[in-house]
Write a protein that binds this ligand. Structure first.
Ligand SMILES: *Cc1c(COP(=O)(O)O)cnc(C)c1O
Length: 389
């Protein structure tokens, strides 16, 4: 009997090693890993460059307190700001800490402007921002909040795609709108570029902050460093995590100088582990790869091929597959019916994927996936589709 709590529904399979896009199980089987630890192993397993960076740093220094200067973190923050909208970065250890920090940043901004009552955050109903108390109530999902009361106050909700309900929900107390640029857990729902631009306009007009949660869709996953770049807009605050560590736990909140103005003296926020030298060295190594000339172009190119192939399968099985969703290598295969058995069949055929809301099979290959690996996945997906017809 396992001594682990029962909060996961684990597949009865474990792995002894990973290499690139493949995982090797303890019972001697080889799997094509197209879930990448849910968008975490952005550069595949045991990436030699990352292994080298981690080992090199491990021999020097793992951890020092944020009471001291940390050059590796200075460097990572500098690179993140030079390549993006942001002026400042605060490092955390996970996605939910990053979204919490984003909420804190937004509230402190208005507090420091003498508007402490302007503190409410407007989110999409049934979105996903992580599992801390604030984050579950930000998501407004019944399933995630059930039994975890009292309710954390300060969050309002509007319906995905309902611009009228969005506009109605903004009050004089609204400090920020926080949405996932692409909704991950709840079914790989892409917010169209024109909607993102509209969101930006609304926030400008109402003088409130725009928080785009890029924990899942950021760090190159869609073929741009951030998914919102497709819409050519600039948010005020962006929490990131998952892909930036390539498997090492790192979170961060990126923000403009203006949005960061409430974080104005020591003690306004903090983290014991956040930004330690080991994490920062791995983060820098991930950026070395993702910022390489042509890397993101290749994500774009190879993902177009993948989407094309998946759409061909959809055309062949129109009664099984409802929609091919997503952007870049954040892909959702939406079925008409429950996807559990489909995912199980893919796994039995040595392709690993993971579920998302709305009957979606979530497909998240590493960003450096090879074309022949995509072809292998296509072959397996076709085979499983064929069984259904
Ligand atoms: C995964 C995720 C989070 C939470 O990240 P954790 O590292 O699990 O805390 C937050 N927001 C989005 C959009 C996510 O996909």
């Amino acid at each position: 009997m396992s001594s682990l709590a029962k909060n996961y529904n684990r597949k009865k399979i474990s792995f002894k090693k990973g290499k690139g896009s493949f995982l090797y199980s303890t019972n001697g089987k080889k799997y094509l890993d197209f879930l990448s630890g849910i968008a975490v192993n952005s550069l595949g397993h045991s990436n030699p460059y990352l292994v080298k960076a981690l080992n090199k740093q491990a021999k020097k220094i793992w951890h020092v307190s944020n009471a001291f200067l940390i050059p590796e973190g200075e460097r990572l923050a500098k690179r993140l700001t030079q390549k993006t909208f942001a002026d400042y970065v605060m490092f955390q250890n996970s996605g939910t800490e990053a979204t919490e920090a984003a909420i804190k940043v937004a509230r402190r901004y208005f507090y420091s402007k003498g508007k402490p009552n302007k503190n409410r955050i407007l989110c999409i109903k049934n979105s996903f921002h992580g599992r801390t108390l604030a984050a579950i109530f930000a998501s407004g999902s019944k399933k995630m909040t059930e039994g975890f009361g009292p309710k954390v106050e300060g969050f309002d909700h509007f319906k995905y795609g309902d611009h009228k309900s969005l506009k109605k929900a903004i009050t004089s107390k609204t400090a920020a709108i926080m949405v996932e640029t692409i909704m991950g857990e709840n079914g790989i729902k892409v917010i169209p570029d024109w909607c993102l631009r509209d969101l930006r306009k609304i926030c400008n007009k109402k003088k409130i902050l725009l928080i785009l949660d890029e924990v899942q869709c950021g760090i190159g996953r869609t073929g741009k460093f951030f998914a919102f770049e497709h819409a050519k807009i600039k948010p005020d605050i962006v929490p990131i995590a998952k892909g930036i560590g390539g498997g090492f736990p790192i979170g961060a909140v990126l923000m403009t100088k203006k949005a960061a103005s409430g974080i104005n003296y020591p003690g306004t926020h903090g983290s014991t582990f956040g930004g330690n030298p080991l994490a920062m060295s791995v983060g820098n190594a991930v950026l070395d790869q993702i910022f390489k000339k042509g890397f993101l172009k290749n994500v774009e190119k190879i993902s177009k091929y993948f989407h094309n192939e998946l759409n061909k399968i959809k055309s062949s099985y129109p009664e099984l597959i409802k929609e091919v969703r997503g952007k870049g290598l954040l892909i959702g295969l939406q079925l008409f019916n429950d996807q559990t058995k489909f995912i199980k069949r893919l796994m039995e055929n040595k392709l690993l994927t993971i579920r998302a809301g709305e009957n979606v099979v979530r497909i998240l290959p590493p960003l450096n996936v090879k074309k022949k690996e995509i072809n292998l996945a296509i072959k397996i997906i076709k085979k499983v589709c064929k069984e259904y017809s």
